[in-house]
Ligand binder design. Structure first.
Ligand SMILES: [Zn+2]
Length: 278
């Protein structure tokens, strides 16, 4: 259960490909069309040249490509309108995913679950991993859908352990310092408020001892990188794409999950999302 086109690649791309290689059927539900992503050239919503229809069309094609690369068996687009970032006026658009009653969307998701009967369901934690309203709503809708079906799958939230997040943060801060130094040399001065925003990052980490599944996706890093690259309009300039293929392989070979429901009575940190089912 993902919020936007590209989330399937960034947070779960490795497991999708690994599961496909194992012959496991996977279903991706993407809740929104991603209207408020960047237009080509990094044009932000609200800026001149950002046409929602064009962004949606481009992101549809990008998602189709990523689905193919990751070997996802079935893609379902719920087609809700992107809600924008928290606090944006788009949050209040009645067509936005955020403004959609949870039960209304949950009924649709429950119907999909009853048809597919997944053994394992994956979505975000109650914080939506990083606070985006569409991610929070995807969490709420998934949990509400699970209340409507006639059995209990194993539910996981994607996660990054605090120990790993600390290393990433170091890397980002280093890149940031280098960027600022380069900018200073060119005479670019950063406003104080943007500096302030950068030193107060959202806490996306999970305590290491809460991780319930650590998945080796090292066989799938090239596919994950290719799936991310497919979402070129959104993450062409991201830190992922700045890594060389070798760096990417070294850094992205593991995905982590928190186990939320446990009908199979699993203990500890497992190495397979389908542990107990095979
Ligand atoms: Zn997203």
């Amino acid at each position: 259960m993902h919020a936007h086109p590209d989330d399937e690649a960034s947070s779960t791309g490795g497991v999708y490909r690994v599961l496909a290689d194992q012959g496991v059927r996977t279903v991706l539900v993407t809740c929104t069309n991603g209207e408020f992503g960047d237009a080509p050239g990094g044009i932000k919503p609200g800026e001149e040249g950002h046409a929602e229809d064009e962004v949606v069309r481009i992101r549809e094609g990008e998602l189709d490509r990523a689905v193919e690369v990751l070997g996802i068996s079935r893609l379902i687009r719920l087609g809700y309108r992107d809600s924008g970032m928290m606090g944006w006026p788009q949050n209040d658009d009645p067509k936005s995913f955020w403004a959609t009653p949870v039960n209304e969307a949950a009924a649709k998701v429950a119907a999909i679950m009853m048809e597919e009967r997944p053994q394992v369901v994956v979505t975000y934690n109650e914080f939506g991993f990083y606070g985006h309203p569409d991610h929070i709503q995807a969490h709420r809708v998934t949990l509400a859908a699970l209340e409507l079906i006639d059995y209990e799958p194993t539910l996981y939230f994607n996660a990054i352990p605090n120990s790993v997040m600390a290393k990433w943060r170091e890397r980002w801060e280093e890149e940031d310092r280098e960027q600022k130094a380069a900018d200073a040399e060119k005479g670019v001065v950063h406003e104080l408020d943007t500096l302030q925003a950068e030193v107060d990052p959202v806490d996306m980490g999970t305590p290491d001892n809460l991780i319930g599944a650590t998945i080796d996706v090292s066989s799938a890093t090239d596919a994950k990188r290719e799936a991310l690259a497919a979402h070129h309009s959104q993450i062409g300039e991201s830190f992922w794409m700045k890594m060389s293929p070798d760096e990417f392989r070294a850094a992205m070979g593991t995905e982590w999950y928190v186990r939320v429901t446990n009908p199979q009575g699993l203990e500890g940190n497992v190495e397979d999302l389908f542990a107990g089912y095979r």
